[in-house]
Design a protein around this ligand. Structure first.
Ligand code: PRP
Ligand code: URA
Length: 208
């Protein structure tokens, strides 16, 4: 599936502040959460609704309602947790799983250290959260871990992505729809995204 890039003046505006190295932790965190909400909004475009009958103060009507029990959010630690507030504000009853992973600084390969997901994860559409998709290694591992648990419907939300990583994930998992706020230019020699925003985890948690 071809990656969906949000192209919207408001998103570009938010990214202009997010990417700026002068932006501090508080504002950075708020923007990550806000952009995540927009990504979630786009990702829910194909959601199936159940028809219910309600009564407005004026009359009865039939209307579509989302069954929130059909969804789970799975942030990739640490940086993915920065996106949780935003997505939970729009689907508050979704369950939440966590995948702990960091990218080894020398090999650039992901190292898994935690995995805990809701018991009935295989019955849910799973929306993975990670602000950065660089080489795609972390995304690939997270998708494989979830598929091994029996998950059949997966979406991946990331704020900034690199063409190299997107190509890997699109080729290996054509059934996973990726949503991103920006497809950037390329990776540098340290596999950081250019122009990117630097290290998302460090900027969210103020660890550098
Ligand atoms: C970052 C980011 C992704 C990964 C992307 O995490 O949040 O998980 O790198 O890189 P990849 O596409 O090349 O795998 P990081 O390793 O910095 O861990 P952190 O979230 O704990 O800071
Ligand atoms: N992880 C980040 O946080 N930033 C990058 O540019 C690449 C990986």
């Amino acid at each position: 599936m071809k990656t969906i890039e949000l192209k919207h003046p408001l998103i570009e505006h938010k990214l202009s502040i997010l990417r700026d190295k002068k932006t501090g932790t508080k504002e950075f965190r708020e923007l990550i959460s806000e952009i995540a909400m927009f990504l979630c909004y786009e990702a829910m475009k194909d959601a199936e609704l159940e028809k219910i009958e309600i009564e407005t103060p004026i009359t009865k009507m039939n209307i579509g309602k989302l069954n929130e029990d059909n969804y789970a959010f799975v942030p990739i630690l640490r940086a993915g947790t920065g996106m949780l507030d935003g997505v939970i504000s729009v689907i508050p009853n979704a369950k939440i799983g966590h995948i702990g992973m960091y990218r080894d600084e020398e090999t650039f390969k992901p190292v898994e250290y935690f995995f805990k997901v809701p018991k009935d994860i295989e019955n849910r559409e799973v929306i993975i959260l990670d602000p950065m998709l660089a080489t795609g290694g972390s995304a690939l591992d997270a998708i494989e871990l979830l598929k091994n648990k029996g998950v059949k419907r997966i979406k991946f939300l990331c704020i900034i992505s690199a063409p190299e990583g997107l190509k890997e994930v699109e080729e290996k998992h054509p059934d996973v729809q990726i949503y991103t706020a920006s497809i950037d230019e390329k990776l540098n020699e340290n596999r950081y995204i250019i122009p990117g925003l630097g290290d998302a985890g460090d900027r969210i948690f103020g660890t550098k």
